[in-house]
Ligand binder design. Structure first.
Ligand code: HEC
Ligand code: HEC
Ligand code: HEC
Ligand code: HEC
Ligand code: HEC
Ligand code: HEC
Ligand code: HEC
Length: 326
């Protein structure tokens, strides 16, 4: 941490004092969350996308800095500008027309470099262009979408998209950061934001699980089978490695929330060995491998109909033909 000495009074921002986090976090998937028209990198790179399903044809075409989502088929055609592109890799569009919100029936999937049916909407059989446009999303769900993917959209229990800022800003995770910033600029004294780094593994899973879904949420939603591989806090809790009061198995032992996840498997070895490499302890050693632990013990699972893979956080010995546990 370095104080930007010499900055004019009242002008200290998070970046003046927490330079590293302030530089990296806004560029992460969580920091981006939603792409607005001017920043829709995927749609800029793909100025025309098309797809056909259920007798309807889908075209997403970019003109004058805006991509338009058009559905045509039995009953006519509907066109809606894409204002909210959710996600930075896989992408689903939240569309607004006639005062109502829809989750686009087709999404962009990186492995195919194009469109396919949105996960979860496979069984919808549209009979009108509006039904083919997307799944209608009620107000409560729209608020939840923006609540997890952006900052400032919901105030006083009401959705206000004019105040929405894409992605997770510092305050979203660090409650009290704005008051702390004001205090640092000579405003009224405020408590320091809570030291999140002190959370036990179980509490960190609850914290990240507000959005990544906890064990309790998954049971309540009754999402069983490979679909729940997306919900890392739930999967991790099912692992024998999960010692709830041990920080070595907290989400933040392996991930810095201010940076995108490291993609090299070997980089995680030291995290496993923090427990399993300690000689003379209760933690057992591997009789098979000495590196790339996660490649065998945290397999990648493809979501049904999803064209995308997630890493199974239920760390375990994977036996051939065992199927997907839970
Ligand atoms: C409870 C919080 C929560 C809600 C509500 C939510 N999301 Fe997400 N979303 C996440 C998290 C966490 C991820 C990252 C992990 C994953 O991909 O499952 C994610 C990932 C995504 C991705 C993939 C992003 C990528 O880069 O691969 C898309 C697309 C997406 N969400 C769209 C939506 C849409 C559309 C809605 C509303 C209909 C919605 N989400 C509601 C938390 C949420
Ligand atoms: C307020 C909601 C929220 C909270 C809290 C949250 N996340 Fe996320 N996270 C998301 C969303 C939404 C995405 C997907 C963003 C996208 O792709 O556009 C995401 C994506 C990620 C990714 C990137 C996935 C990828 O494939 O690149 C990682 C890693 C991650 N989160 C880890 C964490 C950890 C660790 C915590 C707890 C310290 C946490 N998140 C807390 C909402 C949240
Ligand atoms: C003028 C400098 C200054 C500014 C501006 C500032 N902070 Fe801080 N912040 C500090 C100092 C000093 C601490 C105490 C560090 C310690 O106890 O080790 C701190 C502590 C924190 C902590 C707790 C860290 C921990 O140890 O877990 C968080 C989180 C934090 N700041 C976030 C922010 C955010 C977000 C902003 C912008 C909204 C911000 N700060 C603005 C100086 C600043
Ligand atoms: C997705 C949630 C999330 C977001 C968004 C987020 N942080 Fe953090 N931050 C955390 C967590 C969790 C920790 C504790 C990390 C750990 O234990 O390694 C943390 C720790 C910190 C610390 C203490 C660092 C340390 O080494 O003790 C600072 C300072 C900080 N964050 C600043 C920021 C700033 C500035 C932003 C906005 C640019 C930001 N954070 C955005 C979750 C978040
Ligand atoms: C022991 C280490 C470890 C712990 C603890 C851990 N992860 Fe991961 N995580 C990984 C590895 C390894 C990957 C895959 C990296 C790669 O190959 O791209 C990963 C990937 C992810 C991704 C990217 C999407 C995916 O499935 O590939 C998200 C999001 C994520 N972790 C969230 C979390 C959250 C939330 C927690 C806490 C509940 C957590 N992780 C705890 C090791 C860990
Ligand atoms: C907090 C310490 C901790 C960390 C970190 C940890 N483990 Fe474990 N692991 C345990 C405990 C405790 C058990 C239960 C058996 C034992 O004592 O060895 C276990 C069991 C296992 C098992 C046997 C599970 C079974 O189904 O019988 C495997 C395989 C394993 N760990 C691999 C890993 C890998 C790979 C990583 C890193 C991605 C990792 N562990 C990280 C504590 C940990
Ligand atoms: C090539 C795949 C592979 C790699 C790489 C690998 N393992 Fe294993 N591991 C296995 C298999 C298979 C078993 C089950 C062996 C048996 O039961 O005979 C196992 C067993 C284990 C066990 C349980 C041991 C016991 O006594 O029950 C632990 C703990 C473990 N591995 C941790 C790790 C760690 C930590 C790493 C990285 C340093 C690692 N593994 C790398 C395949 C692998």
């Amino acid at each position: 941490m370095s104080l930007a000495l010499g900055a004019p009074a009242g002008k200290f921002t998070c970046a003046s004092c927490h330079a590293v986090e302030a530089r990296t976090e806004p560029k992460t998937a969580m920091g981006i969350g939603i792409e607005l028209p001017a920043d829709q990198e995927i749609l800029k790179a793909h100025p025309k996308l098309s797809y056909t399903a259920n007798g309807y044809s889908y075209v997403i075409e970019r003109h004058g800095g805006v991509s338009t989502y058009t559905v045509s088929g039995p009953g006519g055609a509907v066109s809606v500008p894409i204002r909210y592109a959710f996600g930075v890799r896989m992408q689903t569009y939240v569309l607004e027309t006639g005062g109502k919100f829809y989750e686009s029936l087709v999404s962009y999937y990186p492995p195919i470099g194009g469109l396919a049916i949105t996960m979860g909407s496979e069984r919808i059989q549209p009979k009108t262009p509006l039904e083919a446009l997307g799944r209608p999303v009620g107000m409560e769900e729209v608020e939840a979408c923006f609540g997890c993917h952006s900052t400032g959209a919901v105030a006083g229990g009401k959705l206000d998209l004019s105040a929405m800022r894409p992605g997770l800003e510092c305050e979203h995770c660090h409650e009290g950061a704005a008051a702390h910033e004001a205090a640092m600029n000579g405003g009224p004294a405020a408590a320091m934001p809570k030291k999140l780094g002190e959370l036990k593994a179980e509490d960190m899973s609850e914290f990240c699980g507000q959005c990544h879904r906890t064990w309790a949420t998954v049971l309540r939603m009754r999402v069983f089978g490979p679909l729940n591989v997306r919900f890392q806090p739930y999967r991790l809790a099912n692992s024998k490695c999960f010692l709830g009061d041990d920080k070595r198995i907290a989400c933040t032992a392996c991930h810095d929330p201010h940076e995108d996840p490291v993609r090299e498997t070997a980089a995680y070895d030291s995290k496993c060995l923090a427990c399993h490499g300690t000689a003379g302890t209760r933690f057992r050693k591997c009789p098979v491998g000495t590196r790339d632990c996660a490649s065998c013990h945290m397999p990648k699972v493809e979501l049904p109909g999803g064209h995308v893979k997630f890493t199974d956080h239920m760390i375990r010995v994977v036996r051939a033909g065992e199927g997907y546990p839970f």
